[in-house]
Design a protein. Structure first.
Length: 140
């Protein structure tokens, strides 16, 4: 028996084992290769928040609600509702300013802007082209 015959015999004996190992390890190799290529692919940019159209619509709705509450609500119910609506206006105004890359205050808690800060922020949003209701008192 020469070296060539020993090599053929070893190949014949080892082939089923190597074939079975390849079948068992193929999913792991595939996952490793696909995760490598996935990591190399650039990640597309994702928006920071809702679309500017939705932010503008929410701001207009909240400003109209604020105006109607100041006109019609009973004094006892008006304070709490106005506070909640003003907090929602502040949150949406900050999101809209962030979406338009405008300078804006960064409150410690969402919705904790003062009325003068909200007014300044709404005025800068309106100056940048965001359409807000004409009757957005007492802010604008």
């Amino acid at each position: 028996m020469n070296v060539w015959d020993v090599g053929k015999l070893a190949l014949i004996v080892a082939t089923p084992t190597l074939f079975g190992a390849a079948i068992l390890l193929a999913p792991k190799w595939w996952d490793a290769a696909s995760s490598y290529w996935e990591a190399r692919r650039p990640v597309p940019p994702e928006p920071l928040g809702p679309p500017i159209e939705q932010l503008a619509a929410d701001l207009r709705r909240l400003l109209r609600l604020h105006g109607s509450l100041t006109d019609s609500a009973h004094i006892a119910m008006r304070a709490h509702r106005l506070w909640a609506v003003e907090a929602a206006i502040a949150v949406r105004a900050v999101e809209a300013a962030r979406a338009l890359d405008l300078p804006h205050p960064s409150p410690a808690t969402p919705g904790s802007l003062r009325r003068d800060e909200i007014a300044a922020l709404l005025q800068s949003l309106a100056a940048s082209g965001l359409v807000l209701p004409a009757r957005a008192r007492p802010f604008i």
